[in-house]
Every structure is written in structure tokens, then in C-alpha cells.
Design a protein around this ligand. Structure first.
Ligand SMILES: NC(=O)c1ccc[n+]([C@@H]2O[C@H](COP(=O)([O-])OP(=O)(O)OC[C@H]3O[C@@H](n4cnc5c(N)ncnc54)[C@H](OP(=O)(O)O)[C@@H]3O)[C@@H](O)[C@H]2O)c1
Length: 293
């Protein structure tokens, strides 16, 4: 980086969440970015004056929205809350970013899809959420697009990290506790590393207003089932633990999950010039972070 090169100011919402915390940590290592992360106390996306206060104070070129209501099953009984954050909250944020002439990167989900043909899903695929969480996230996407804000909606699925509470850490905990695992084998998706996604979103942020416009899908190459993912995790951990494959009926949940959640990540990787790594390679890289502490 040369003296006089432009530094992009980035504000991350939901900065204490799984993705938000990685964005702040990894963004702080880039000389091209000046990154600030705010948690819900300092920036509540359901509150327009809280948003305006934060934007006036930090004057970001790009906001990355990692804030969301993410309790998929609870959303079925907390509909109002889910829509307030994932729908109205995104509308407030998008309108404020547009007024402040900043760009917005908003993270959305595969759960905006329902029953679909079993091919890798492109952004143009017809949506049809099966539950409240997916419907609330779809409302957020629509509010983003209607606002006219510059920026990208990035749909992702099956996020995990080497730390915190997610599928990877849950499998390790359950394997340790029970000495065996039972995992569903009839839902298909692409396990997605939160650190890898965070680096990708930071690359988008570095482009400022020139980032891709509209909806894009981020995913690694290939796909598997939760059972396949659990088996890979157990393999990395070197555990001698049987992983039994079961159908979704074995674990009834309040919200119905799509059976096919395979997002096609190839086009965005090509557009951005990223290497399109397999989900297995992404897991290996994330596992290394775990070992490094
Ligand atoms: N996790 C997945 O498997 C997955 C899959 C597909 C898409 N996504 C999407 O990926 C994004 C990041 O997910 P994640 O896994 O990092 O979720 P997360 O760990 O639940 O983080 C979300 C963060 O948003 C905060 N938040 C909630 N309401 C807020 C509000 N009104 N204002 C500001 N912050 C608020 C939460 O704070 P509190 O904890 O204090 O509530 C939390 O820190 C979300 O958009 C999610 O929909 C996730």
C-alpha cells in the first residue's frame, strides 16, 4: 500500500456474532480498510436513530450487515421479532446507507428457497421460504433492492467456524459427550466457513461502490449432507466415533428446513477472481485456525 492510497471505511453491524466477529478481526489486518464493529448496544438496526447516529459518527464508505435474528426454530413463535430485525431492520439500514451515499453488503440465506429442482441454485431461482426465518430474510432482501442502495446481497448457507456455537463445535461436543453421533442425511448443502466468507466480504468492501450490485450466492465448491459434514469433522478431530445417518423425521423441529440448500458459488468466485476451493479444503483451512487457537 502506497502513501495516499485510499482507505475504505467499513462499519460492521452485529459485530459480536459468528460472522461479525470474524469480519472485525480479519478486517483489522487489512491496511486497505479502516474497520469498526458495533454490537446491538451501539447500533440497533431496528432503530433508525441508532443507525443514523452510528453512520454520522463513523461515516463509513461501506456497511456490512452481519446483524440478524438467526433463531430459525424460535422464529416460528417470535414472528414479530424476526421480521423487525431481518425485514424492517434491513430496510432502515439500506435507506440510511443510501441517504449517506454509502454502499451496503447484506448477508442473507439459502432459507429464502423452498422446494426447488436439485441443481446448484443461482440468484435468479424462484424463492419460496418454508418458514418464518426465511420469509423475514426474504423481506430484508426485497427492502434492500427497493431502497436503491448501492451494494450486494450475499446469500450464504450452513455457516460454521472453529469457535463459538455452530454445527462444527456442536458435533465435537456431542461426540465427546455421547461417543457416537446421529446426523441427518437427507438435507443437502454446502458447509461454509465463516472466516472464508468474512475474507470474501472484505474483498467486496474494498471495491466500495464498484462491488457487484444485486444478489449473489457465496458457497464453496461441491456439496454434502449434514451427515457428510459431521463425518468430515470427526475425521479432522481424529475421533473414533460412529456417525449414524438418519432422516430428518428423527429430529422434529419447529421450522421445516429445505431438503436442497446447495447454492452455486461459482459465478461470484469467477466475478471476483477468487479460487473456487472445495468445502473440504475450506474446512481444512478453518480447522487449522482451530489448532492455532
Ligand atoms: N449461521 C448460519 O448457519 C447462517 C446460514 C445462512 C445465513 N446466515 C446469515 O448470516 C448472517 C450472520 O449470521 P451469524 O451466524 O453470524 O449469526 P449470529 O451469530 O446469530 O449473529 C447475529 C448478530 O446479530 C445481532 N443482532 C440481533 N439483533 C440485532 C439488532 N436489532 N441490531 C443489531 N444487531 C443485532 C446478534 O446480537 P445478539 O446475540 O445480542 O442477539 C448477533 O450478535 C445472518 O444474516 C444470517 O441470517 C447464517
Amino acid at each position: 500500500m502506497q502513501e495516499g492510497d485510499r482507505v475504505t471505511r467499513v462499519l460492521v453491524t452485529g459485530a459480536e456474532g459468528q460472522l461479525g466477529s470474524r469480519l472485525v478481526e480479519l478486517g483489522a489486518r487489512r491496511k486497505t480498510l479502516r474497520i469498526v464493529g458495533l454490537d446491538q448496544t451501539d447500533l440497533d438496526i431496528t432503530n433508525p436513530s441508532s443507525i443514523q447516529k452510528a453512520l454520522s459518527r463513523h461515516i463509513p464508505d461501506v456497511v456490512v450487515n452481519a446483524a440478524a435474528y438467526t433463531s430459525v426454530d424460535l422464529a416460528e413463535s417470535e414472528q414479530e421479532c424476526a421480521f423487525a430485525v431481518n425485514g424492517a431492520g434491513v430496510k432502515h439500514l439500506a435507506e440510511a446507507c443510501r441517504q449517506n451515499q454509502g454502499a451496503l453488503i447484506h448477508v442473507s440465506t439459502d432459507y429464502v428457497f423452498g422446494e426447488v429442482e436439485r441443481v446448484p441454485l443461482c440468484p435468479s431461482e424462484l424463492t419460496g421460504p418454508l418458514g418464518v426465518y426465511g420469509a423475514s430474510k426474504l423481506e430484508g432482501e426485497e427492502a434492500f433492492l427497493a431502497s436503491g442502495v448501492q451494494g450486494t446481497v450475499v446469500r450464504v448457507a450452513w455457516l460454521y467456524d472453529a469457535r463459538g456455537s455452530n454445527f462444527l463445535t456442536t458435533m465435537l461436543r456431542l461426540a465427546d459427550k455421547h461417543g457416537r453421533l446421529k446426523v441427518v442425511n437427507d438435507q443437502h448443502g454446502v458447509p461454509t466457513s465463516a472466516p472464508a466468507l468474512a475474507e470474501a466480504l472484505l474483498d467486496l468492501a474494498e471495491r466500495g461502490q464498484d462491488m457487484p450490485q444485486g444478489i449473489r450466492h457465496y458457497a464453496h465448491a461441491g456439496h454434502t449432507t449434514w451427515h457428510g459434514f459431521a463425518s468430515a469433522i470427526v475425521g479432522h478431530a481424529g475421533l473414533d466415533v460412529p456417525v449414524e445417518a438418519v432422516t430428518s423425521d428423527a429430529f422434529p423441529t419447529a421450522a421445516t428446513r429445505p431438503a436442497w440448500s446447495v447454492l452455486d458459488g461459482a459465478p461470484l468466485h469467477q466475478e471476483m477472481g477468487w479460487a473456487f476451493e472445495s468445502w473440504q479444503n475450506a474446512l481444512a483451512a478453518c480447522w487449522k485456525l482451530r489448532e492455532e487457537g
